[in-house]
Write a new protein. Structure first.
Length: 174
């Protein structure tokens, strides 16, 4: 099974954190704050672009169930799409909703010569940017998450709180 599906909620992670991490290509890590320019373009941090072979600079930008955007290389997105694509008449409302969210918001993006990608208006609205131009770019192993700063702060604090209350990642995985 593809490790990336875990980050978008398509599958429930199983096993220990070490097993999960070993199945993921840890190309993207770290967080930094950036601003959209007047044309709603975001510079993809060079440290992320440098970890990809030159032929892998085609990305798909889509919505995440967490309220952020996911920037995935084309191959990773195709693997997720194959995993969640299924029957459009699936009886599971949750599966249909996930397909609508991930596949329905998907946009092909390619960085320009300066490493900028355009964030379409519908995706800016989804991630809650509005008039705010500040975006937190977070590497999460096999994906890059784009967050409105206020949502990032809330998600980060909630995540840290759930780990500090004695709940282990492994026990929440199953």
């Amino acid at each position: 099974m593809y490790g990336g599906a875990r980050s978008v909620g398509a599958a429930t992670p199983t096993g220990s954190l070490a097993q999960m991490v070993s199945t993921m290509a840890l190309a993207f890590r770290g967080a930094s704050k950036h601003s959209l320019d007047d044309k709603a373009r975001l510079i993809v941090p060079k440290r992320f672009l440098d970890r990809l072979p030159p032929v892998e600079t085609n990305f798909v930008l889509t919505a995440s169930p967490d309220g952020c955007l996911l920037l995935l290389d084309q191959k990773s997105f195709e693997e997720i799409a194959d995993e969640i694509g299924g029957d459009p008449l699936d009886r599971s409302k949750q599966n249909r909703g996930l397909r609508r969210l991930i596949l329905g918001h998907a946009e092909d993006v390619k960085p320009d010569k300066t490493g900028r990608i355009l964030i379409p208006e519908t995706l800016r609205e989804f991630m809650g940017i509005g008039l705010q131009r500040d975006v937190v770019v977070v590497g999460t192993g096999n994906a890059i998450e784009l967050w409105a700063e206020d949502r990032w702060n809330r998600a980060r604090d909630e995540g840290a709180g759930s780990l500090s209350d004695g709940t282990s990642v492994e026990s929440t995985a199953g």
